[in-house]
Design a protein around this ligand. Sequence first.
Ligand code: F0G
Length: 352
Amino acid sequence: HSRWPGLIEAYRDRLPIGESWEPVTLYEGGTPLIRATHLSAVTGCEVYLKVEGLNPTGSFKDRGMTMAVTDAKARGQRAVLCASTGNTSASAAAYATRAGMECAVLIPQGKIAAGKLAQAVMMGATIIQVDGNFDDCLELARKTTATYAEIGLVNSVNPVRIEGQKTAAFEIVDVLGRAPDLHFLPVGNAGNITAYWRGYSEYHADGIIPNRPRMMGVQAAGAAPLVDGAPVKNPETIATAIRIGAPASWDGAVNAREESGGTFRKRTDEQILEAYRMVAGKDGVYVEPASAASVAGLLDAHAGGELEAGQTIVCTVTGNGLKDPDTALLGMPEVEPVPVDPSAVAGALGLE
Ligand code: F0G
């Protein structure tokens, strides 16, 4: 019974890592695949949650970041840069610190969750608020790193990010002993759906699994370029992590959908928040709003009669609910304090 070594050591033979390279790691990956009792009962399927919020900085970005920063360090770069709706910046800040490198993050002004900003601040990143949205930040990051070779770009346009993230698909198969029938996940910049499809496809090509899942991508209605078939100029959604109008991995996402016979769909903020509350309140897994898009997509597929009873389904929940307490507490009424009295506690529980 040995300790999880981090995903680079766990899957080294499947990753583009030089033999002498020392991984920059926080022991990311190895996240739990939790059977969702409530969602399984609701849908008549075997529904599992891949709980990526339990990575070291609280999101799936750590999978890509251990690779990207290991790679940047091995290449002798001194600093890393990313554009981010929040999670990538928290992850980049942490891994850069581990590597002894500088980190700068470009974030859309006023549009990232408080917990994510706090992480980047605490881990010493240089925070640059940009007067624009994520798409503007990414363009700026690309241009900057194209000009300054000593700065590594650690967004998912960096191919080693995708390589790290594909390991989530390996883990799911390694735990289930098979591929799921359907895989739902939120889609923003589209790196993650591209990565999962690569992971499943590599296991399939090696004969480890006979079939691959249908990839079911879910976007927010106000930021659904892949569903609408064209970039969105001014994306808007309460799920700020996926407030993206021009996904960099557009082709990867479309390829995953086409090759897998999957679907793209969009859900309104209200539907995403309903799923957000359900997965916490009924299955005990507190995720951030964007992460609940996968669950909102599952509920929609169920309502539309797209599921077959007994199917094995995985929903990736990409980030931890603790990142965004403001959304969790939206509309919460002021509560009156109770006296120091057991009967008041029992009364509040409805037991008296
Ligand atoms: N879920 C969460 C919690 C995210 O932070 C992101 C992306 C996604 C889903 C979508 O993944 O971009 O690979 O399709 N967040 C990026 C960031 C953009 O900057 O943290 P994707």
